[in-house]
Design a protein around this ligand. Structure first.
Ligand SMILES: [Zn+2]
Ligand SMILES: [Zn+2]
Length: 128
């Protein structure tokens, strides 16, 4: 899948604009999110420093990773919609898309509780 976040072919580092050797980075890592990043085009090209530097690299710097998560979600929402993002990644990195007025409800549609830290074994059942 072509990236939906950057223009292809990428010629410069997505974060710092350096040109030269670039590496492909999956915005959402881990299992299975890395796979979904590939499938939905949530990838960017980074220079080795922005990618793998043990201090400044996106894999070491949570703030940088979070920035990319937000950019990734925004691009995904534009193309596939917000519901779909939830369906695939089971969490939101940005509260709402830009320009959207409404607030995220504390409790969403049935069966969903919009909190980030509910473990998979969360025992809530409708009607219990
Ligand atoms: Zn860079
Ligand atoms: Zn990476």
């Amino acid at each position: 899948m072509k990236s939906i976040v950057e223009k292809e072919p990428a010629e410069v580092c997505f974060l710092c604009g350096a040109c030269g050797y670039l590496e492909k980075h999956h915005i959402f890592g881990g299992n299975p999110n890395r796979k979904w990043s590939e499938k939905y085009g949530l990838t960017v090209h980074l220079c080795p420093e922005c990618h793998r530097d043990t201090k400044k690299g996106v894999h070491a710097d949570a703030e940088k990773a979070e920035k990319l998560h937000k950019i990734g979600q925004a691009a995904f929402e534009k193309k596939y919609g917000r519901e779909k993002f939830w369906e695939v990644f089971h969490r939101f990195y940005i509260e709402k898309a830009e320009g959207e007025g409404e607030k995220k409800p504390a409790q969403g549609r049935e069966g969903f509780v919009f909190l980030d830290d509910i473990p998979p074994e969360w025992p809530y059942r409708e009607g219990n």
